[in-house]
Design a protein around this ligand. Sequence first.
Ligand code: ATP
Length: 384
Amino acid sequence: MASIEMSHIVKKYGDGFPAVNDVSLDIADGEFMILVGPSGCGKSTLLRMIVGLEDITSGDMVIAGNRVNDKAPRDRNLSMVFQNYALYPHLTVYENIAFPLRLAKVPDDEVRRRVDEAADVLELREHLERKPANLSGGQRQRVAMGRAIVRAADAFLFDEPLSNLDAKLRGQMRTEIARLQRRLGITTVYVTHDQTEAMTLGDRVCVLRKGVIQQVASPRELYEQPVNLFVAGFIGSPPMNFLPASVSGNALQTPFGAIELDEERAKKVSGHDLLLVGIRPEYFEDASLVDEAKKPRGTTFTARVDVTEWLGDAQYAYIPYEAPADVTEQLKELSRELDSDQLRTQAVVSIDSTSRIREGREAEFWLDTRKVHVFDPKTGENLT
Ligand code: ATP
């Protein structure tokens, strides 16, 4: 097992804009680190530089204490698990797992011992004589990981291993990978663009955008304390609502009424005229279901419900709002971080499935104002 330390890593393809731009990231021994971000953000490039499949333009890559920039992939003792697991169809499970040991000319009895050991950990004992074609997707995944274990690789690297699978199998395999990684405690770097995988698998998640790290944090911290508009909008489904707001005294004027800020937060937003308020759908509740004692801790407002979606365990309601056109225009100009469709004219709220709100009618909503985020539309920074 090993730590992976990256410092000021840059990757340029030709003369273009750097695909990875000054990335410094330390992955601890035994840690499960997720690299996530939209298409083209540089996550695969970063992973390929760790493995050695891509040259590093500048910066230092240190694995298990050794600088590996100039080391060939085979000398890095890492194990990459590919999307299709790269199993040999004509070989049995036993021989697939044994493969790296055969290459290294390990004696037969030693091969037997190490394959048996890996098969025990991975619960593959009964399947050792089968061919990959006769295994389930989960079993194939385990064989691929078995190959990594027998080699005693320092780290596992995964590049979107589940992206070709249907939703159900993806869910199963996700659990399988999480269970195995915890059992084996091997340092793992996992690339995905799927935020569910990112949030459920990792000890920590590194969010990338245009080759630059936006935030590295536990899934919970990422969700509750996103550092900027990009992370706030990227993590969470349905996504966070961003509403225009102006500041007056200690309050924010929003399309859903005034939000009073405590002294500390008011101080942080002072000096700004226009802001964006970030509200996750679940910060709203159907006001008729909220305890009277709790109500003063938030704000209650009336809005017309456009559409509802009932999901069994919750329901979403879409509530249109009006923001003054000049404010919206000004915000679009200001905010480089925001796609214009994120500045919608309706908010999505997630409320209890027992709520009796109706489409086309007005309803009272309660908003937990202590939880709202306030962003600087110019820099995208979370000010609160
Ligand atoms: P995806 O999720 O779509 O795989 P990604 O986040 O993994 O995207 P990368 O594949 O790392 O992104 O690509 C980062 C940037 O580098 C992209 O703009 C891409 O077009 C560019 N790029 C990647 N590989 C090459 C290459 N071999 N030559 C030139 N440009 C490349």
